[in-house]
Design a protein around this ligand. Structure first.
Ligand code: F3S
Length: 390
């Protein structure tokens, strides 16, 4: 790889051990993927934040890096942690877990990383422009950044994202190069998508069929950002999809001439919804995968104010969004109906399996894909009006 003078200096250890170790990771990655050079990034999203996913070894790695003087060079922010930093006791998060989670967050803080703890940074003002290069790590945020915003990012792992934050660059390969941003699977959607759960089921179904291809959708007449985030998240969970196009909706539309075609109609959508729904009544409903926007929180507040849900429920979001929801009275309406606006974490990365729940409701294909294995939950999948009042 061709390195700039400063990149070479980092690799040689002239800028400290943390920068040297980080540049070693980036150069190794660049060699594996055939990158010719590094490319500067404007922001980095670091994953590997929940103590549940990184464990003791991860915590020690982070503490060691912070100790060696690792400091970020670009705007860097965090994916969700394993608990709400303020409400963890009320949520019955085990104290031993909370203690470790606080240590993880402290290590990241010492490196200069903002504790946004969200998988939807684009709802709190972190919105890279079309063509802007970033290094984001959370799969749904990567899909959103590439597909909905038209930014350029590979799906980074925890260590490679952190290395990019410390060095300010990432190896230039994959989705950073225009020639690789081409769909080779056309998905003809021949049914109406009525709400978030339909977008979740569509993403879940297509993710299972897509293999290594990027999909390009035709036939979707309109979609809100909330629906697009769920579509991308669901495909990222069932198919590791980092980029998709929707005709006349996404800022890019590049389809290979020899692209394969599949059709998803009402029968396929219905079959996917049935496949991921256990049909059970949930003991907890979780809304906000990826993290809820203010508009979604408002919709839930209005819905539950009219009729109280028959089970406990959470609306997962970022701290910044929760503060807005508190200010506007949405959080109060949700608490009055037996729910809770939960910040910093989500149903999948918190230790749900230790908190006494066994059936969790969701309208997201991503949460539906992860809840059984990562949280030992049965899944109740459906529209909010269904799962909240089942
Ligand atoms: Fe975000 Fe958790 Fe879903 S990290 S995308 S809310 S599984």
């Amino acid at each position: 790889m061709r390195l700039t003078k400063e990149e070479q200096e980092m690799l040689d250890g002239g800028l400290g051990d943390a920068a040297r170790e980080s540049m070693e990771i980036l150069v190794a990655l660049g060699k594996i993927y055939g990158a010719e050079r590094m490319i500067p990034v404007t922001s980095v999203q670091v994953s590997g934040v929940s103590y549940k996913t990184i464990g003791q070894a991860g915590l020690e790695y982070l503490a060691d890096l912070a100790e060696k003087g690792a400091r970020t060079r670009v705007q860097t922010f965090l994916n969700p942690a394993g608990m709400d930093r303020e409400q963890w006791k009320e949520m019955r998060i085990p104290a031993d877990f909370a203690e470790k989670q606080i240590q993880v967050l402290d290590a990241y803080s010492r490196m200069g990383i903002t504790k946004t703890c969200t998988c939807a940074p684009y709802f709190i003002g972190i919105r890279p422009k079309k063509g802007e290069h970033v290094a984001w790590a959370e799969s749904s945020a990567v899909a959103f950044a590439n597909s909905v915003l038209g930014a350029r990012t590979n799906r980074e792992g925890g260590p490679s994202a952190l290395a990019a934050a410390i060095c300010g660059v990432t190896p230039c390969y994959g989705l950073h190069l225009d020639e690789n941003r081409v769909a080779s699977l056309i998905v003809d959607v021949k049914c109406e998508l009525k709400g978030v759960a339909d977008f979740g089921a569509l993403g879940s179904a297509v993710g299972k069929l897509v293999k290594t291809k990027y999909p390009a959708f035709r036939g979707i007449k309109s979609a809100t950002e909330e629906q697009l985030k769920v579509l991308g998240a669901s495909m990222a969970a069932t198919g590791s999809v980092p980029l998709f196009f929707i005709e006349k909706i996404t800022p890019e539309w590049n389809v290979a001439k020899d692209a394969e075609r599949i059709t998803i109609g009402a029968a396929e959508l219905d079959a996917e919804r049935k496949a991921i729904d256990s049909g059970l009544k949930p003991d907890l409903v979780t809304i906000g995968c990826p993290h809820a926007s203010l508009k979604e929180i408002k919709e839930v507040a209005e819905l539950v104010a009219k009729r109280k849900p028959t089970c406990e429920f959470w609306v997962c979001t970022s701290r910044k969004m929760k503060e807005e929801a508190d200010r506007l009275g949405y959080s109060r309406a949700i608490s009055a109906a037996g729910g809770r606006v939960v910040a910093d974490t989500c149903m999948v990365v918190c230790p749900l399996e230790r908190m006494g729940y066994s059936v969790t409701g969701t309208n997201s294909g991503k949460a539906a894909a992860y809840l059984p294995n990562l949280c030992k939950q049965n899944v109740a999948f459906g529209d909010l009006e269904d799962i909240l009042y089942r």
